[in-house]
Design a binder for this molecule. Sequence first.
Ligand SMILES: Cc1ncc(COP(=O)(O)O)c(C=O)c1O
Length: 419
Amino acid sequence: MEDSHSKNLDDFYLAHGFATRALHAGEHVGQPQHTSHTGAIYQTSTFVFESAAHGAEIFAGERPGYMYTRLGNPSVKLLEAKMNALEGREAKQKNPDVRVSSLAFSSGMAAISSALLAALQAGDTLIMGNVVYGATENLAQKILAKLGVKVIEIDTSDLNQVEDAVKANPEAKAIFLETPTNPMLACTDIAAVCKLVREHCAEAAVMVDNTFATPYLQRPLELGADVSLSSSTKYLCGHGTVVGGVMTTTNDAIKDRAFTMAADLGGVPSPFDAWLVNMGLKTLPLRMQRHCDNAHTIAQYLVKHDKVEKVYYPGLPESPAHEVAKRQMKDFGGMVSFDIAGGVEAGRKLMDTIEIFTLAVSLGCVDSLIQHPASMTHACVPKAKREKAGVTDGLVRISVGIEDVDDLVNALEDALKKV
Ligand SMILES: Cc1ncc(COP(=O)(O)O)c(C=O)c1O
């Protein structure tokens, strides 16, 4: 079988900036035809062998080639090569011996579950953030725990809690965190966590959900993590047209096992979806910068509004996440959460009346979205646990798009007047 996941960063991409890599990296990787300017969509389930011997050799891994799209596809391979260049370049520059590998999946949850299943087995310990995306929380508490994994939840943004947990669990096999978190935008110091894990848990893999930041803003592998995970449904695709996921890692063993998970559990992307994510990635730096600029303006506007009680945005100097975000991120991201005076009723009124913002879950689209975490994305997290983490019934989350920012501020102003 062709190892479609070990394509490494070559010198050309190591030498170029993020925007150049977003456009060019991977474009011809794994593409049998080199004449199409845009990587082609290989919308096929299976591939033709020249002879029975040829097919047998590919299956035996004795020569490169494609067999069946669940096991590898040129359009998917192109996306994986581009993600190597975006997530892994700085890690590779720091340590040229490191091998950077990416795997694309059919959803962010397929990527996260495959990575965790690759690192853990019955009897193992997983230390994870106590405020993570609802389905990740469910995966840990309802599926991994049932399979015999011990799950310990801590606030990973508090390094004292991380230190206590790693000291108390030196046998832990993985530590999983989100930064910034969904929906509270708390930030964890990735480098500091990696240092503590290396000191106390020799075998633990550090896994970071990088969905909110994207590699444009933050590269967990550069900061010492073993695995960076993203829901490509969000900013990587950017246009709200795909459900997908990507994992990038410097750990060959996890990569091999995660490939087996993808192949045998089957959470692989369609070639068309991989192509759409690749198209999105080409404009990631431009989009992401505009998301950040607009979100910053909106957070500054909301913080002064008398109907808004609290704003969560790492770019605000008073945010507890500010210092860590400033250190490890290029900018502060496109997500803003806020508590509105009047609680859930006021929040509902805002969401039902606001213009331009679409009332929908998901995030990272070019256009602005608004949603209510307590009854939508985080409804599956028990209320007491939700509230302990700050996800009140009045919390509203906005994914700030790339519209003209004045229009977004005016839309919020008009809707808040009606609350
Ligand atoms: C931070 C984060 N991680 C993972 C996921 C899951 O991604 P997907 O819906 O693509 O499975 C989401 C989805 O909203 C998310 O916000």
